[in-house]
Design a binder for this molecule. Sequence first.
Ligand code: ARG
Length: 459
Amino acid sequence: MKLWGGRFKGEADAEFARFNASFAFDRRLIEADIEASIAHAEALVDAGVLTKAEAGKISDGLREIQTRARDEAGYFDGRDAEDVHSFVEAELVAAIGDAGYKLHTGRSRNDQVATDLRLFLRGEIDSMCDLICAAQRALVELAENNHDTIIPGYTHLQRAQPILFVHYLLAYYEMLKRDHARLIEARARVNQLPLGAGALAGSGFAIDREAVAKRLGFEGVCENSVDAVSDRDFVIEFIGAASIAMVHLSRLAEDLIIYSTSEFGFIELSDAVSTGSSLMPQKKNPDSLELIRGKAGRVFGHHAAMLATMKGLPLAYNKDMQEDKEALFDTIDTLRGSLKVMTTVLENVRVNDKKTRQAASIGYLNATDLADYLVRKGLEFRNAHELVGRVVMYAIQQGKPLEEISLEDYATFSELFGDDLYASLKLDSSLASKSAIGGTSRERVRDALQKARREIDHG
Ligand code: ARG
């Protein structure tokens, strides 16, 4: 039976019926739909609508559909259901007879679909958090295996100051930590129960919504029935959080792509995440990272699409909102794939620490340390900066690094320069001086790495 046959005389146009249908993609909600329906059936017993026996029959029928959906290949094939809700109802009636038609009492597809989507997303957030933790673990392990490596830090992609490679990796660890926290915070707003809101006005039967929420593990109930069926903030918020995570993965991808070029030669990606060229035999391309970078764009697109879809909708439910599903599902698939591939990249990357150290030693990355040296001798920083700028210009003209300029030459720039200036130019003293919280000194970075290790091991 159609979900809404009675008022209609004519048949739906075939093209429109296809356009209207969401079963091809919303079948992904079937587990959630069944869990929510079982909870609803139990609530209908408490409300005096169903007998215990009827509810038991309905639950058994739903469990059977669940098993078939899990195990039976081709179960969904060739079915022309409008959506997952009508599919489940039709299957239920086929399995248990007309009692199945009682299940929809006091419920609308509007509160049903919102409930399904929230249940589904809650589970996806939990598994996404695990994947973020796995990526963080890969960062920490790469850091532990390269604890001595020094790389040039960049600003404007110009060599800036030397930093520990661990420090660089932990920057991404921090970003992923925020991504994880954002998902957990979003989860609390996802985890509210719409069911019992009916089409928009509330359920016509005495459903104990708090009991339903408890059964389904929701933290609370949506307080207003109109809002409950109209709200897709939780979808937009999740895709927003996913977008930020994709920004982070994309920036890491870009760094690693650059670092793996022959021009940099800092790292080598494993064959497992690289491809060759059909034409140029020598090529080893970082397709894995390029795709992560590329796929960030489609997630941002879903975010913009959902904002645009929702912005002009009058309250309450409108069919436009069916568009939420593909945006959400594709975001989940894309973020999940990107996290997994990035984790594999990190687990297998090889670091050339001679190359990175050499790059950190050439290009006047210690000029700031020389200015700091003069400040310690009493010069104002601005003047020290200017003076060292002139020393650098002189050194460039001589074709020498700062440590090869003689003390006599230094003396022509300032009488503050003494023998001890050479110590301040060393990579190690440059690192050691960055000893305030959050800096790249070895002690700070060792502590930060230990803290990260504790966090990933003990949560
Ligand atoms: N497939 C629909 C959706 O995803 C389910 C809700 C339909 N509700 C309605 N009033 N037509 O939004």
